[in-house]
Design a protein around this ligand. Structure first.
Ligand code: ADP
Ligand code: MG
Length: 389
């Protein structure tokens, strides 16, 4: 789960990490008032669920409140396209107005989950700021990492080693050791999958300050934090992902044209692989889970049909707990409601499979049934070829 920069900064602040003074605003007038509070000169920062805003015009310095108003008017409602958003961009509905900081040096600091070691990993670099992706690509030796042992936790001597590697010395270095330990405490307490400060700056006056902040929460731990639900900004999310969340379905958008409805993540991955192997290109995958009902199958199917990239649907479900006739009813109901004429291949197996297949055959849908996964994948690719003008 993602949150905005201003929310991440509030959390970091509550863990004693210094952040600039700022106020969030939802109208240009509020931005102007906040700019006055900051003393006139301020930084106007578009709040979207993506980074790379600086290079895309989403972070601008205003020299007086009227200018802050002008910048805000231009940003509000605009879809900001950054290298992290994709070509459609994300709409700006909130703006953070912040005091302007005199930056001495910019560093990069993050703690994230490393999938290879299944542990938290501390990452630091002296080359922080808006070009960190290029540094990672062209000069990986300038990025220092440390895997954190969950039993011992992060120790101050380890943090100190990293701090030395990024060239900090003296009082600032000790402040940074403390900041890193606070960051780790935040990770554990808040169940974060990422806490990133880029840039962490040493100001001209010699103070450490988190100038940008990004926090992602571990989705599997969200149930432990009631307060997270109200932090979510639905305007920043794919509407299909929101509806999938409502029905407890996992929906992942991909960039092909075959919608995939499956049950179980393992079967989902196998389905994607086999589709690809047979020349198909998945548009998404939607996992309906183990014991889905007819309603859930129907909702899942409707979500797939609403994806504008979908030109065909491939269903691959093992009816163990789920009965195949229930699955067929769900598909027929949803496809009927959406007047779907797209080619559909259903590969299902398990209890009541013959009844399920019979229901699909009798239906008016453009559907074929398959017994095996490879066979089904070939079928859907062939059906799509036939549809081509
Ligand atoms: P993004 O990572 O999305 O580009 P940042 O918040 O990191 O957005 O801002 C981009 C750059 O703008 C920063 O690297 C920093 O140099 C500058 N910046 C951001 N906030 C401030 C601030 N309050 N005062 C001065 N400069 C800032
Ligand atoms: Mg940044």
């Amino acid at each position: 789960m993602k949150i905005h920069e201003y929310q991440a900064k509030e959390i970091l602040g509550s863990f004693d990490i210094p952040v600039p003074r700022g106020r969030v605003a939802v109208t240009a007038d509020q931005v102007e008032r906040a700019a006055k509070m900051m003393g006139g000169r301020c930084v106007v920062k578009a709040q979207i669920y993506a980074g790379g805003r600086g290079k895309a015009g989403g972070v601008q310095v205003a020299h007086h409140p009227e200018q802050a108003h002008e910048i805000a008017k231009e940003l509000f409602g605009k879809r900001l396209v950054t290298h992290q958003t994709g070509p459609e961009g994300l709409k700006v509905r909130r703006i953070l107005v912040e005091e302007t900081v005199e930056v001495g040096q910019e560093f990069y600091l993050s703690i994230t989950l490393d999938r290879q070691t299944s542990r938290y990993c501390l990452i630091a670099s002296a080359e922080g700021g808006v070009n960190i992706e290029e540094v990672a690509a062209n000069a990986p030796e300038k990025i220092h990492t440390l895997t954190i042992d969950p039993y011992t936790g992060l120790r101050s001597y380890q943090a100190r080693q990293i701090v030395h590697k990024i060239g900090m010395t003296g009082g600032v270095a000790e402040d940074c050791v403390r900041l890193i330990l606070d960051m780790y405490r935040c990770c554990l307490d808040k169940d974060c999958s990422l806490v990133e400060i880029n840039p962490l700056v040493v100001t001209k006056a010699g103070w450490l300050l988190a100038l940008d902040a990004k926090i992602n929460f571990d989705d599997n731990a969200v149930f432990r934090h009631w307060e997270y639900h109200e932090m979510q900004d639905y305007s920043q999310m794919d509407p299909l992902e929101i509806s999938a969340g409502k029905f407890d379905l996992s929906y992942i958008k991909l960039d092909g044209n075959i919608g995939c409805m499956v049950n179980g993540a393992g079967l989902a991955m196998a389905t994607l692989d086999v589709l690809k192997e047979n020349g198909g290109d998945p548009a998404n995958f939607l996992d309906v889970g183990g014991g889905a009902t007819r309603e859930k199958v129907a909702e899942a199917f409707k979500i797939i049909l609403q994806d504008k990239d979908v030109e065909a649907v491939f269903v691959n479900i093992f009816g163990g707990i789920m009965r195949c006739d229930v699955i067929a009813h769900g598909i027929i109901e949803a496809a009927g409601e959406m007047a779907c004429q797209l080619p559909i291949v259903v590969r299902m197996d398990g209890s009541q499979v013959e009844e399920g297949k019979a229901l699909l055959k009798e239906s008016p849908l453009n559907v074929q049934c398959a017994d095996f996964l490879g066979e089904g994948a070939k079928m859907i690719v062939a059906m799509m070829k036939q549809e081509e003008p």
